[in-house]
Design a binder for this molecule. Sequence first.
Ligand code: NAD
Ligand code: UDP
Length: 336
Amino acid sequence: SLEPDPLNHDHLAKWRGYYAPNRPSHHKRILVTGGAGFIGSHLVDRLMEEGNEVIVVDSLFTGKKSNILRWLNNPKFEFVRHDVTLPYQAEVDQIYHLACPASPVHYKYNAIKTVKTNVLGTMNMLGLAKRVGAHFLLASTSEVYGDPQVHPQSEEYWGNVNPCGLRSCYDEGKRVAETLTMDYSRQHGVEVRIVRIFNTYGPRMVENDGRVVSNFVTQALEGKPLTLYGDGKQTRSFCYVSDLVDGMIRMMNSEHAGPLNLGNPEEFTVESLAHIVREMVNPNLEIVHMAATPDDPTRRQPDITKAKNLLNWQPKVRLRDGLSLMIEEFRERCNL
Ligand code: NAD
Ligand code: UDP
């Protein structure tokens, strides 16, 4: 019909003329917010290698241009230094929304800004998705489960989150981001996807971001003692970045809104991670115990049944293999 169906965004986008007629249909214009960061830059590599046009919007708060250096002269690639708390306009088919500091050190640095990034930033990108009919994927987090009382965590679990704590700017920020995403879907018919990412590691992590894998690898390569916070019995599950990116792309191109857990279900205590890194880099290293961080979740492990069933996805890279790739890159990049 000549009139657009207001709840059919593909239809609306065509009607508004956002589809370039001379572009092959398999070739997409994709916006990646936070694309100069750790996960974002690996996602950008994959999307560019598949032949898409990619726009990265990033404030470079924690991201680096060097992460996307190899694409800067490519005509299909564009980098825009921009803060997502302010509106941004572009004609795109898909939006991967990752912009948000992810490590506790970074998101606590300016907690109010973290809330703004999650709330205003997500609203701005959903508004853009609505206007141009783009499919929108939110990079949410396992932190929406807080300090979980259900184990392992499946998507049905509503979480156990402190609204007033030091981590709340991030946890509650992402929870509102999820709410906004679902409301734009229900109220405006935007095609949305939510993935809840569990601890991810790999090359290009910021070496001093305070996260456990990057800390241990950097400390080990510098020959310093590994710092274990608390008793080290708390658990995490570590997903190698290429596995995660694969799951994110599958989710975007699926028919499912989610929320959907993406992570590696293999669970390790932080202490055992320290032992593995020590054994891989230098068996003589000391392990020192330090004070536990406040609000630190004691257990975390994803239930990925849904991702297995809906996307036929599961991680392939074993912890030791992923660690060895990361250690190699850290050695080279950081001259360690
Ligand atoms: P990162 O810090 O490397 O990347 C975040 C990127 O967002 C950076 O490039 C940063 O400069 C950019 N950014 C931050 N605030 C911005 C703003 N206001 N405007 C524009 N750009 C901004 O972190 P990451 O590990 O790559 O995480 C990417 C996404 O994945 C985040 O949304 C994070 O919450 C989510 N996530 C990551 C993990 C993990 O283990 N790494 C786990 C769960 C969720
Ligand atoms: N941790 C640690 N030593 C470090 C850094 C972190 O023992 O040098 C612990 C931290 O207390 C937490 C776990 O490792 O229990 C994971 O911390 P990280 O900051 O990587 O991620 P998150 O808490 O967000 O899962």
